[in-house]
Design a binder for this molecule. Structure first.
Ligand SMILES: [Fe+2]
Ligand SMILES: [Fe+2]
Length: 240
């Protein structure tokens, strides 16, 4: 008998909680996971909302740690359902929260999709949550979306790396230090979700120079280790 894993929440770094919503193999072949990251601080932030249809599941996990109404920032990497499908629902549940996204995402999509004015982040701009200082990293088209970007938390050296290092499976393990590149690259070859931008090497190097020690992946386990080395290995693999 297969046991379907349940939604879960786990602290992967000081104040940073990985919320994982697994999808069983009966729904997506091989199983899959959608992760959101809750940063608990004076100004709490959620990175990725999850799809709209998972809103209730994500909210339930957040409520284990803090009332959802305390959220002040709803941030995401790029405009897709799993990144920001629940944005309007979260803004309704957290009336003092603002969307946080790249300048391009704000200009092209978010000012139209929701009624709350987004905070449009420029490359290198810092969002101060209290303990955690999040620095925006613009990465157009890496892996996809003109508006794509990430946050780097300089406090815990965590890179919220969105769809980079996407792993198949239901992601039961919240934080691993074993290799995630091989399975992620095998998945990329199946699904071809990278944009093939010629700027990938420079963007990967920009992220590597942050020297992250944790990668907060959107799909699969979060990862701990020498993030610069792993990013450069990804860069080499993309160049093949
Ligand atoms: Fe994506
Ligand atoms: Fe995604």
């Amino acid at each position: 008998m297969t046991i379907t894993p349940s939604p879960s929440i786990y602290e992967i770094a000081a104040g940073i909680h990985r919320i994982s919503i697994p999808v069983p193999p009966e729904m997506i072949p091989g199983g899959f996971s959608f992760n959101q990251y809750l940063v608990v601080d004076e100004q709490p932030l959620l990175f990725h909302t999850g799809p709209k249809k998972m809103f209730a599941l994500v909210r339930e996990q957040i409520e284990k740690v803090l009332p959802v109404s305390r959220l002040r920032y709803i941030a995401f990497s790029h405009v897709e359902a799993d990144e920001c499908g629940g944005l309007a629902d979260f803004l309704a549940a957290a009336p003092e929260a603002r969307p946080v996204c790249s300048e391009v995402a704000a200009m092209v999509s978010i000012r139209d999709l929701v009624d709350v004015e987004p905070i449009a982040m420029a490359d290198g701009q810092t969002l101060d949550l209290g303990q955690h200082k999040l620095v925006w990293q613009s990465t157009p088209h890496l892996p996809h979306g003109w508006e794509c970007g990430y946050f780097f938390d300089a406090t815990t050296k965590t890179l919220f790396c969105g769809d980079l290092f996407t792993q198949p499976g239901t992601g039961e393990q919240p934080l691993v230090s074993a290799d995630i590149l091989a399975c992620s690259e095998a998945f990329r070859h199946q699904m071809d979700y990278f944009s093939h931008t010629r700027n990938a090497p420079a963007l990967i190097e920009k992220l590597a120079q942050l020297q992250p020690e944790r990668l907060a992946c959107m799909h699969g386990s979060a990862w701990s280790g020498d993030g610069a080395a792993l990013l450069r290995k990804l860069g080499q693999s993309l160049a093949l």
